[in-house]
Ligand binder design. Structure first.
Ligand SMILES: CC(C)(COP(=O)(O)OP(=O)(O)OC[C@H]1O[C@@H](n2cnc3c(N)ncnc32)[C@H](O)[C@@H]1OP(=O)(O)O)[C@@H](O)C(=O)NCCC(=O)NCCS
Length: 266
């Protein structure tokens, strides 16, 4: 990521506002040397998954808690998350996370736990990662966008493709990294296919990501489309798949509508 100094300042401010939060990566020990373990200048503690089974188990439970029926199966966690890559985690004392997490894991206030996590899978296209799972149990703190930014910096990602539902609050988080270019429908279909889309974020320029994180220089939308208007949303995906440039612009989702900008974002 080039020109990341403003982003570094933002990440440092986030960490100083939330004492006790630290950045950890969990993945196959083989990958430690391939990652940037000082993303944006902040230290990451790399924990090899082969020797940190308890943390892997905690991630598994929390992913299943966050995603319910489509939570990650154990073999997918090992074969498709931890063997090919590494999960970025924000760890913190259990007192900081939602009470249901403490209860589910049986944690005392000062026990360390996962507060937020992001996994993006490597793809066969150089520089392109695929966003797979974002979860946060630290609501209203900015942990969700920051764990995403820091993990992508650790992976040295330049572009990101991800899958989202029009009506999921995560659209607001994804749009904190910059405008979301609509790509189209999910290859091969999806459990929530009728309300799901693929987007792409350009994360190569740290200065632009920093502006977006602070919601500076917002791009005005040209259309607002209700998240319940599935025919109109499907029409947007038809146009995106035909090659038209369409973005969701900040804050992405507002009062039940997605904010669309037609044409180059400028
Ligand atoms: C989605 C998730 C990561 C959001 O994390 P969070 O800590 O709750 O996020 P925040 O409290 O910071 O809120 C994020 C944004 O959503 C908005 N938001 C929160 N709840 C909302 C709701 N019910 N409706 C609309 N917007 C909402 C917030 O205003 C905020 O937007 P802003 O930063 O522009 O103000 C978290 O809820 C989660 O883990 N969900 C389960 C897993 C999931 O669905 N992941 C995303 C798909 S990969």
């Amino acid at each position: 990521m080039r020109d990341a100094s403003a982003l570094t300042r933002g990440a440092e401010a986030f960490l100083s506002q939330h004492p006790g939060v630290s950045l950890v990566a969990l993945g196959s020990g083989a990958h430690a040397e391939s990652l940037d373990l000082a993303p944006l200048g902040l230290p990451v503690r790399y924990l090899p998954a082969e020797r940190n089974l308890e943390l892997a188990q905690q991630y598994l439970l929390l992913n299943q808690l966050a995603f319910g029926g489509i939570g990650v199966p154990r073999w997918v966690l090992s074969d498709l998350y931890l063997l090919p890559g590494a999960i970025g985690l924000l760890r913190c004392p259990a007192r900081m996370v939602r009470p249901e997490v403490r209860e589910r894991l049986g944690l005392a206030d000062e026990d360390p736990t996962i507060g937020a996590a992001y996994y993006a899978a490597p793809s066969v296209t150089p520089g392109l990662f695929i966003g797979v799972s974002l979860l946060s149990f630290l609501p209203g703190t900015g942990a969700a966008p920051w764990v995403k930014v820091l993990t992508l910096a650790m992976l040295r990602a330049r572009r990101l493709r991800g899958v989202a539902q029009w009506d999921n609050p995560s659209v607001r988080i994804h749009s904190r990294l910059g405008p979301l270019r609509l790509v189209g429908r999910v290859p091969g279909g999806h459990e929530y296919g009728e309300r799901t889309f693929v987007y792409e974020s350009d994360v190569s320029d740290g200065a632009r990501v920093a502006e977006a994180m602070e919601r500076r220089v917002p791009l005005p939308p040209t259309r607002r489309v209700a998240v319940t208007d599935l025919p109109a949303l499907s029409g947007l995906l038809d146009r995106a798949e035909a090659g038209e440039v369409l973005h969701l612009v900040a804050p992405g989702l507002d009062a039940g509508h997605v904010l669309v900008r037609e044409g180059e974002p400028g």
